[in-house]
Design a protein around this ligand. Structure first.
Ligand SMILES: Cc1cc2nc3c(=O)[nH]c(=O)nc-3n(C[C@H](O)[C@H](O)[C@H](O)COP(=O)(O)OP(=O)(O)OC[C@H]3O[C@@H](n4cnc5c(N)ncnc54)[C@H](O)[C@@H]3O)c2cc1C
Length: 433
């Protein structure tokens, strides 16, 4: 049996950040991970927004194991045969302090966990936490693991065990676990020579590209993505669970459709699939968040549904790190004050209320519903693509019809009402604040 001040469950970004913060505050910290090493079991799309690390790893960009710095960010709106891409690029994201980077999770998670062990935390891998320990007053005071004699007793437990958190559920903190709040992410990592990726995506050196794709999911609420690593491309889909279950296609068939799309196929042509992976995303964000604190325990990262999935943004790693850091610091404060009940740990919520973690979630709480609506998923991509196709099609000898006429015609054939479109536009403006 181990006794420790702070026990962190899960050595993903949230857990390692929590362990770094608590260990640097002088506490004894144990970080338990079920995989054989941090990141072994973790998958994601591919972009990490690292500025959140400024506070714990100054000049992190000089040592973080990244693949490419994202300098090109595109949003692609697709129908089965058309694509309209808003493509932004800037040199400023290719220089310190950078914006986003593609990285492989086994590399990144191991690197971040090494910062926790450097700070004094003890990392125990290949160990699965299977339940909570409580003291006579009902306060969480440790965990049970799958090892013989594998109890770990702790003053504070920080649950960073990812989406579908066993610990948050066992503590009774979750009230919204309905399937509609989750999406399934599926991804293929496709290998191509670096020069081919550079040429196809218009990149140089270690510049990278990030494409978010709308309208590519056969009407299932969700979206797609395409990210460049050094010599691989990640292509994937995010699919809302109940809608995925209600239709007949399997996720890999939908992914094959995306890979065959006329705007995607030329980018990955000739590549070899190196890996196929899948993982859940707590898409509901603010609306599904559990209670974050109970006596003796706080919950951070995906375990607390802190992944921000808001259409043009899919950010989870930075929210995991931000909340993990706050949890580690709040645990240290509670131990200093000698009060590890929920009220002693309340500094956790105060911290994430006052920074981007809960502010961004609160601000964007309604956006997910709009993005997942059938209009945004299917009707608007079709409308936008048809309008542009007609604008750019030269119909000589017939004169150009003019924008008004095209928009009116296409709106009428889409079945959308102008009032409805205006309402969504307003909701979008309000939602994105
Ligand atoms: C398809 C997809 C695409 C994504 N794209 C992006 C992106 O491009 N950018 C971005 O920022 N985010 C992205 N995300 C979200 C991001 O991956 C998560 O938000 C982030 O990983 C959350 O970090 P975490 O530390 O909270 O949880 P995790 O990374 O899930 O880590 C949890 C850890 O806990 C361990 N664990 C779980 N249960 C136990 C247990 N009982 N005992 C011991 N250990 C346990 C796991 O093995 C794991 O190491 C994506 C997610 C998916 C699925």
């Amino acid at each position: 049996m181990i006794e420790t001040d702070v026990l962190v469950v899960g050595a993903g970004p949230a857990g390692s950040a929590a362990a770094i913060a608590a260990a640097r505050a002088g506490l004894s910290v144990t970080l338990v991970e079920r995989g054989p090493f941090p990141g072994a079991k973790n998958m994601y799309g591919g972009v990490i927004y690292g500025r959140v690390l400024d506070g714990i790893i100054p000049r992190w960009w000089e040592e973080a194991p990244i693949q490419r710095w994202v300098t090109r960010r595109a949003t692609m709106i697709t129908t089965p045969t058309q694509a309209l891409t808003v493509d932004f690029r800037t040199d400023s994201w290719g220089a310190p302090p950078y914006n986003g980077a593609t990285a492989y999770r086994p590399d990144f998670d191991q690197w971040l966990a090494s910062k926790a062990t450097d700070a004094g935390a003890q990392l125990i891998c290949s160990t699965t936490v299977v339940g909570l320990l409580r003291n006579a007053a009902g306060q969480v005071c440790g965990v049970r693991t799958d090892r013989d004699d594998g109890e770990v007793r702790a003053e504070v437990v920080i649950a960073c065990d990812g989406v579908n958190s066993l610990l948050a559920k066992e503590a009774g903190l979750y009230t919204h676990t309905e399937a509609e709040h989750f999406t399934l992410g599926v991804k293929e990592t496709i290998s191509l020579p670096k020069e081919v990726i550079d040429e196809r995506f218009g990149l140089r050196g270690i510049e990278g590209a990030d494409y978010e794709i709308i309208g590519c999911t056969d009407g299932i609420p969700g979206g797609g993505f395409l990210y460049t690593n050094l010599d691989t491309v990640a292509v994937g889909l995010v699919l809302q669970l109940p809608a995925l279950a209600a239709q007949s296609k399997r996720p890999e068939q939908l992914l094959a459709q995306l890979k065959a799309h006329p705007a995607v196929a030329p980018l990955i042509d000739g590549g070899e699939v190196k890996e196929y992976s899948a993982h859940l995303i707590p898409e509901g964000g603010f609306k599904m968040m559990p209670e974050l604190i109970c006596d003796g325990m706080v919950v951070a990262g995906d375990a607390a549904a802190m992944c921000l999935a808001a259409g043009i943004w899919l950010e989870g790693v930075n929210f995991a790190i931000g909340s993990g850091m706050a949890a580690g610091r709040a645990a240290a404060e509670a131990l200093r004050l000698g009060d590890t009940t929920a009220s002693g740990l309340a500094g956790y919520r105060r911290r994430i209320e006052s920074d981007f973690v809960l502010s961004d979630h609160r601000k964007l709480a309604d956006v997910a519903d709009l993005i997942m609506s059938p209009r945004v998923q299917r009707s608007y991509p079709q409308l936008a693509a048809n309008v542009l196709e007609r604008i750019f099609t030269v119909t000589n000898p017939t004169p150009k019809p003019g924008f008004n006429r095209i928009i009116r015609d296409e709106l009428a054939s889409s079945g959308l009402k102008l009032r409805e479109v205006m309402r969504d536009a307003w909701a979008g403006l309000k939602g994105y604040g």
